[in-house]
Design a protein around this ligand. Sequence first.
Ligand SMILES: Nc1nc2c(ncn2[C@@H]2O[C@H](COP(=O)(O)OP(=O)(O)OP(=O)(O)O)[C@@H](O)[C@H]2O)c(=O)[nH]1
Ligand SMILES: [Mg+2]
Length: 365
Amino acid sequence: MDEMVDLMGGQAAGINFKGNPGVILISGLQGSGKTTFSGKLSLYLKEKKNQKVLLVACDVYRPAAIDQLSVVAESVGVEVYKEVDNKKPVEISKNAIEYAVNQKFDVVIIDTAGRLAVDEEMMAEIAAIKEAVTPSETLFVVDSMTGQDAVNTAKAFNERLNFDGVVLTKLDGDTRGGAALSIKYTVGKPIKFVSTGEKMDALDVFYPERMAQRILGMGDIVSLVEKAQEQFDEKEAKKLESKIRKNKFDFNDFLAQMNQIKKMGDLKSIMGMIPGMNKLTKDLDIDNSAFTKVEAIIFSMTPDERKNPEILNMNRKKRIALGCGKSINDVNMFIKQFDQMKKMMQMMSTGKGMGNAMQQMRMKR
Ligand SMILES: Nc1nc2c(ncn2[C@@H]2O[C@H](COP(=O)(O)OP(=O)(O)OP(=O)(O)O)[C@@H](O)[C@H]2O)c(=O)[nH]1
Ligand SMILES: [Mg+2]
């Protein structure tokens, strides 16, 4: 969790809206949410930072774009700068800043046109605007639902614009926000805001910790795998896999696995990373003490028993229970779980798939 917070940029990063006036340039693909975000940011700066904001309509291609920005501006109570017959965004933005200086605006937010995909024309235009107005802050807006594409787009925009930060929109959907991690990692720029709805107040300053919670809480198999990879030795893993295939997985292997898991951290949060598990474990009282009990049981076994789980008969189980001070019931339950786990692992490793294994488990109940 902490590592994940660090990965996403540690502390929340602010934006620089100071200047005479401060200029914020909004970039991003078509439909990513630039215009909506421009409105939200205006409201945020006006209400939370007490700034006099001017919104500038630089999307001169889509006929309705200027009207859309006007509607947005009106809903948050800020002024719009527009030049209906001017088709030159660079000129419009320069004029807008001149106007803002004269009218004593604190911050100018420039809403630009997006394209369906990264293309040279769009990049050249936004780069030209940037050069003309030297923004105090250049933001890149990206739809979190676009997944891996979001990362590629971010890379392309960053190479051209060297933006200061990222705005992740549409996080109110089912997306896990894994893009946040990847963008921070690939582009090295902080995520500054997240957008969580169409209403103007659905904007949040980005707090890496909350996002980490969201990702972990909703089950992020990617980070689980990454974490596991950090811990597991590949050679060991191969050996283990072949043991599982041959159904030779024994209590010694189990102990070794348990130690690996312990190294990964808190058991409950690990379980939470597995999709679907989060709901299951939420109300369960799982903690690392579950390990202690199991360890005690295995430690009471003879080396022979640890290597050959199948030799455990009633007498042996009784002796083990006595040895570790647990009830015979505890011992029986653990061995039953061990057997089930072993079967499941073998099923998965022989390619019958997770779904199949889950189904088998359900049928057992
Ligand atoms: N659910 C949800 N919808 C959003 C969010 N942000 C924007 N939208 C919607 O996404 C659509 C596109 O948003 P716009 O703000 O017009 O996107 P844009 O980047 O300005 O698009 P172009 O000007 O065409 O390039 C609109 O229907 C918005 O209402 C968000 O955080 N959550
Ligand atoms: Mg727009």
